[in-house]
Design a protein around this ligand. Structure first.
Ligand SMILES: [Mg+2]
Length: 181
């Protein structure tokens, strides 16, 4: 059955830099490159879904985000065509409609349909509750990592009540939840 993992970018794949604009400001997270390759090799389709309200706020433009995404792959020594799909959500949270902005699950539902993915075999991984929420609303599994924004006690409670594991980082997520054996 076709399966996939959806990744948040900031705080999950790279360190969370406030309104990241300059590719030179990207800080990598140890182990991410290896883990991404491992997941892809295991047959998961790979997606990245990132909220970038800095675009609609005018702090930076699309080209800046593309440049950061390209630079991230370079730093991780991954091919330019590594992702099966990328969703950059430019909306700001005070907009009238969420559009593709998480916790909107619009992108996930589109990809589930496009690639005929089985949601129960798919994961959404991020550092904020909105990431988990996006996954759960799409009937996928969801997990949080502690490499980004500090996870509050409130979020920890919410996560445990909804079966969302909280992992130290992507590598430990992978070990515990994707490749148990
Ligand atoms: Mg994040």
């Amino acid at each position: 059955m076709p399966k996939a993992v959806f990744f948040d970018r900031d705080g999950t794949l790279i360190k969370d830099v406030h309104y990241l604009k300059n590719p030179d400001d990207i800080q990598i997270i140890k182990g991410v490159s290896e883990v991404l390759l491992k997941i892809k090799k295991a047959g998961f389709r790979m997606f990245m879904h990132t909220n970038q309200s800095g675009i609609s706020r005018g702090y930076y433009d699309w080209e800046d985000v593309y440049a950061c995404n390209r630079r991230m792959l370079k730093l991780y020594k991954l091919n330019a065509d590594f992702w099966d799909g990328i969703c950059i959500a430019p909306e700001s949270p005070d907009g009238h409609e969420l559009g593709y902005r998480k916790p909107s699950q619009k992108y996930e539902l589109e990809m589930l349909q496009k690639y005929n993915l089985e949601p129960s075999l798919c994961w959404m991984i991020g550092d904020k509750w909105i990431d988990a929420e996006t996954g759960l609303k799409s009937k996928m599994n969801a997990a949080l990592v502690r490499t980004g924004k500090q996870i509050s006690t409130e979020t920890e409670k919410l996560a445990s009540s909804q079966n969302v594991p909280i992992c130290e980082d992507l590598s430990s997520f992978c070990k515990v939840h994707l490749f148990q054996s």
